[in-house]
Design a protein around this ligand. Structure first.
Ligand code: NAG
Length: 251
């Protein structure tokens, strides 16, 4: 456990930043908050919690802080200490708008390179932090920003191929990178690996899903990312997203 609280003053704003990024359990955050409340008047202050806790803990702690007359911002981060030292953390912040705006300048360009704004509901930032790549209740736009901020423009552009429907273009359109080419390349990669005495398991999975996409949508233009459609079908969804169906006039 590494527990430290930083106090920042500015323009009458008094911030308490709980930097216990590695809080061992939620009870530690609760006791840290209880200590802060017991230590004196929190009125008019902003309590920023950067640890990763259960969304319910954020809600409970927010209630206590608010009752003590302060504002609570749940701001868990993506990135370990070397990332923080380089000022490259990604903050995910949720809480009252005025508090989020007040703390912005202390996060961005100081410890963080970006802030993903989750709005007023303090449970949402923990949810994004914990969810990682499970997007229950968050929505693809937020998830896409998280992917872009965390992993860069290449991954973000892949995400966009899914969210914009480019993975499965309209019948009269052309794929960005045709799945047939991707299948050919994947086979080359797998063969080269075999010759070198190794196996590309992930490429095999990708190849299988790309080939299935071609079978499922015979004759239609498909992008190299069309395995998304295969995986959607595996999950009991339609190959085409609602956006695609709207575009093609079939929904
Ligand atoms: C979180 O809160 C919800 C709603 O009150 C509740 O249904 C759920 O069981 C809680 N989860 C945990 C882990 O406490």
């Amino acid at each position: 456990m590494c527990k430290s609280t930083v106090h920042l003053f500015s323009d009458g704003v008094f911030m308490l930043i709980n930097l216990a990024v590695q809080v061992s359990n939620d009870a530690v955050l609760e006791s840290t908050v209880d200590e802060a409340i017991a230590s004196g008047n929190l009125a008019g202050k902003i309590y920023v919690d950067c640890s990763t806790v259960h969304p319910n803990t954020s809600i409970a702690v927010c209630r206590k802080i608010t009752e003590a007359g302060a504002k609570f911002v749940a701001a868990p981060v993506f990135g370990a200490s070397p990332v923080a030292e380089a000022g490259r953390l990604i903050f995910v912040s949720a809480g009252p708008e005025s508090a989020r705006m007040a703390i912005d300048p202390y996060l961005k360009g100081v410890m963080g390179r970006s802030i993903i704004d989750m709005g007023e509901d303090v449970s949402k930032s923990s949810l994004l932090k914990i969810a990682g790549n499970i997007c229950t209740g968050l929505g693809p736009a937020i998830l896409e920003q998280m992917l872009g901020d965390n992993f860069g423009p290449v991954i973000e552009s892949y995400s966009k191929r899914l969210t914009t429907g480019a993975y499965a273009p309209a019948v009269d359109a052309k794929a960005g990178f045709d799945v047939a080419l991707a299948i050919k390349d994947a086979k080359h990669a797998i063969n080269c690996a075999t010759e070198a005495g190794t196996d590309l398991e992930v490429s095999r999975v990708a190849l299988k899903n790309m080939e299935l996409a071609c079978e499922l949508q015979k004759g239609k233009p498909l992008d190299s990312s069309s395995m998304y459609g295969t995986i959607r079908e595996d999950a009991g969804l339609d190959f085409y997203t609602d956006l695609c169906k709207k575009r093609d006039g079939v929904a």
